[in-house]
Design a protein around this ligand. Structure first.
Ligand code: SF4
Length: 274
């Protein structure tokens, strides 16, 4: 834990230990954190550019081991060249590989996209189905991807357990589970179903911009008063403010009671992490 002057978070936070917390208290705390996240990240949204379920399925497949930003650089041309499931089913492999090469693992991803197109033609009349049970049978689409598609293309509430979500709900002691499906169910029991999709975006936004894997910006974090892991990153405002990322970094500092002038311009311009 970093040493430094006491912050607002030091003064107001109520230490929470898992042993002392009842299920009801955990649910209440989770919902308070969810509300704080909604205030903190009013701009939260699916960061993969798309129009419709097919484009989102393709973008999500491409996002494996790749930043959303990089995927968004590739997809405008890709979507124009392959507008339908049939286009992917009949794609020229070499051409498709070349188009998606910047996203990495392009041979495997090409394979998934062609097989996805074929499966959609053979089984779903060329349309992406709107049920989890069907989506997870499609090539390249696991449960996480299926929930992204359901939540963002079909308005069916879904919890997306990616690495950020897993890390943050662990830090908040919402659950002890480590298996993504078990985490999904545990978190689903804590928050209202109608909030699942937006909660997922907000948690992931917080993980990318504030609560980083290696150096979380605890001293400039709006969740600090409710967070049992407060202090695993720098708590001194000047040090913490430097860790904030993204176009709203200064606003994030201000919301946490930290002088926004402490946020370096480079942090605001910095590309967001994976
Ligand atoms: S940045 Fe620190 S205080 Fe904020 S949620 Fe992460 S661990 Fe908790």
């Amino acid at each position: 834990m970093s040493q430094g002057r006491r912050t607002l978070a030091d003064v107001t936070r109520t230490p929470t230990t898992k042993a002392a917390e009842t299920d009801l208290a955990r649910k209440r705390r989770a919902r308070r954190i969810a509300r704080l996240l909604a205030e903190t990240h009013p701009d939260a949204h699916c960061e993969l550019d798309h129009d419709g379920p097919l484009q989102l399925a393709v973008a999500t497949i491409l996002s494996a081991q790749c930043t959303d930003q990089r995927v968004n650089e590739v997809t405008p041309k890709l979507f124009a060249r392959y507008p339908t499931a049939a286009a992917y089913a009949g794609a020229d492999r070499a051409e498709l590989e070349e188009m998606i090469r910047p996203t990495g693992f392009f041979r495997n991803k090409t394979d998934s996209l062609i097989k996805l197109g074929q499966a959609l033609i053979e089984r779903y009349d060329g349309q992406v189905p709107g049920r989890l049970i069907d989506l997870v049978t499609l090539p390249g689409i696991g449960r996480k991807t299926a929930n992204v598609i359901l939540g963002n293309a079909f308005d069916v509430p879904g919890i997306t357990v990616d690495m950020h979500f897993q890390r943050l709900v662990g830090r908040w002691q919402w659950t002890d589970e480590t298996d993504p499906v078990k985490i999904e169910h545990a978190v689903g029991a804590l928050v209202e179903k109608r909030d699942w999709t937006m909660l997922s975006h907000r948690v992931i936004f917080h993980g990318r911009r504030v609560c980083h894997a290696r150096k979380p910006a605890c001293g400039a974090c709006t969740i600090a008063p409710m967070c049992p892991s407060y202090g695993i990153g720098p708590t001194e405002p000047a040090a913490a403010a430097k860790l904030l990322k993204g176009p709203r970094a200064a606003a994030l500092a201000e919301q946490a009671g930290v002088d926004p002038a402490l946020v370096p311009a480079a942090a605001i311009r910095a590309p967001e992490a994976v």
